[in-house]
Design a protein. Structure first.
Length: 462
């Protein structure tokens, strides 16, 4: 399995090289040169597997070059850190299926990928006798999951940018209370989009990237997306076993397009997904793209679902590659146009093709809070605000003709203020968060400028 760039300006590379490169050297995003296809029989067999067994099977299709025993060890160690025996259990509530992705160390779906990626980085660095400086930006959950994935690991330093005072208090504490010497938290005076821009600009400086051995943990890293493909297969297998369904909808709260793009890859592999439902908050650039063919930047709005307070979806380019029939010249032109104008529009033909993959909708602040309240009153189950958006939009877009699976992307305790507002009580605090506000913390506040971040990395690199 070889890997290519969405912009077509690099030679094909191996899986190991793709993991270490992160962002393609031509500024594009890496993708497998071809997507494996699974038969109905293959998918039926996968449904009988445990989560680690399934993860090993799916990841091995894309990870040539890693011996089977080594890959099994990486997978087993990665998911041994989860508090639930099923890793990503599925629960049935109010006529829908909720895929709980928050049983990892930082109580968010990012753990599913970043526990694996942290172990994979350590494995590859040891094999190569090299060091790495990881640079990433977060809107809340990626940062803590990445930090927990590599804290204390040899030959790795990690630098995580988050928007100062624009993530939830728990999200901030989960990052800044990790004081291992190889962890650096940078609170930038700006938005997540500023952080994402800075990361791409630093990676675009190829001399700097090479000199300081930069690695990526954002979903620009293909291994992140790959690990997330697994739970679509796992959830479908559990729901099919329960209902006998032949297809299912997946509703995905998303801001950066990474989680839902993993579902798109699962669909291309043959998983019978009726439609992927793209759910956004007021930062609705993605739902406008699906519904109106309008992909244009607007101002970032702060909402109760801060991990979705994004206007620049870094994984959108990967989908654009397939929408444009894998024509890298068209992708390059589209991204250049977007860079210069801040917007792209899509004709009726392309909109029709998008509609074959996605349904979409958005939720306002009040609708998000109301959904948490209504769902709790009906079921006693507490949704976090991101998951509530997925539930609200998913129910609006489907009619019961096949099961609806909603991705629960974070534990409600991470967003206690929103939950308190909705149901007038705080969610139970997991043991891992008990007393977190009293722990020592370390963080640097820094201007949202590329040179400032570049200089900080240079001074503190491993």
């Amino acid at each position: 399995m070889q890997y290519i760039s969405t912009r077509g300006q690099i030679q094909e590379i191996s899986f190991k090289e793709a993991v270490m490169m992160g962002l393609a050297d031509d500024g594009g995003l890496l993708l497998p040169a071809s997507i494996p296809s699974l038969s109905a029989g293959d998918i039926a067999a996968l449904s009988k597997m445990t989560y680690p067994e399934l993860a090993l099977r799916i990841i091995s299709l894309f990870a040539e070059g890693i011996p089977a025993d080594d890959l099994k060890d990486l997978v087993d160690r990665s998911y041994s850190t989860f508090s639930h025996k099923e890793v990503t259990p599925v629960v049935h509530q109010d006529g829908i299926y909720i895929l709980e992705l928050f049983h990892g160390p930082t109580l968010a779906f990012k753990d599913v990928a970043l526990q694996f990626l942290g172990n994979l980085f350590e494995y590859l660095l040891k094999e190569r006798g090299e060091k790495m400086n990881i640079l990433g930006a977060t809107s809340g959950d990626t940062g803590s999951a990445a930090i927990y994935g590599v804290r204390g690991k040899e030959n790795i330093n990690i630098f995580i940018l988050h928007p100062h005072q624009k993530v939830s208090p728990i999200q901030e504490l989960q990052m800044t209370t990790v004081t291992d010497p190889n962890v650096f938290n940078l609170a930038i005076r700006g938005t997540f989009d500023d952080g994402q821009r800075i990361v791409k600009e630093v990676f675009g400086d190829l001399d700097f990237k090479s000199e300081f051995s930069l690695g990526a943990v954002n979903s620009i890293n293909w291994a992140r997306v790959l690990a997330q493909v697994v739970y679509y297969f796992y959830a479908f297998g559990r729901v099919q076993r329960d209902t006998g369904c032949k297809e299912a909808y997946f509703s995905v709260p998303t801001g950066n397009f990474g989680d839902i793009f993993a579902g798109f890859i699962a669909k291309r592999m043959g998983l019978p997904i009726r439609r992927l439902i793209l759910a956004t908050n007021e930062n609705d650039i993605l739902s406008r793209f699906v519904g109106k063919g309008d992909y244009s930047i607007a101002d970032v709005v702060e909402t109760p679902a801060p991990s979705m307070d994004i206007q620049l979806a870094s994984n959108f380019e990967r989908y654009l590659y397939y929408l444009m029939d894998q024509d890298t010249a068209k992708v390059r032109k589209a991204m250049a146009d977007f860079s210069s104008t801040g917007g792209l529009s899509f004709d009726a033909n392309l909109q029709q093709r998008v509609a074959q993959d996605f349904l979409s909708g958005s939720a306002t602040r009040s609708e998000t809070i109301d959904t948490i309240r209504d769902f709790y009153q009906k079921t006693g189950y507490i949704l976090d605000p991101h998951t509530a958006i997925g539930v609200k939009v998913g129910k609006e877009q489907t009619g019961g003709e096949c099961p609806l699976i909603c991705l629960a992307t974070a534990h409600p305790a991470k967003f206690g203020d929103a939950v308190q507002e909705a149901i007038n009580t705080s969610p139970t605090m997991p043991d891992s968060l008990a007393g977190i506000e009293k722990r020592p913390s370390r963080c640097e506040i820094i201007d949202a400028e590329t040179d400032a971040v570049r200089n900080f990395v240079e001074q503190h690199s491993c």
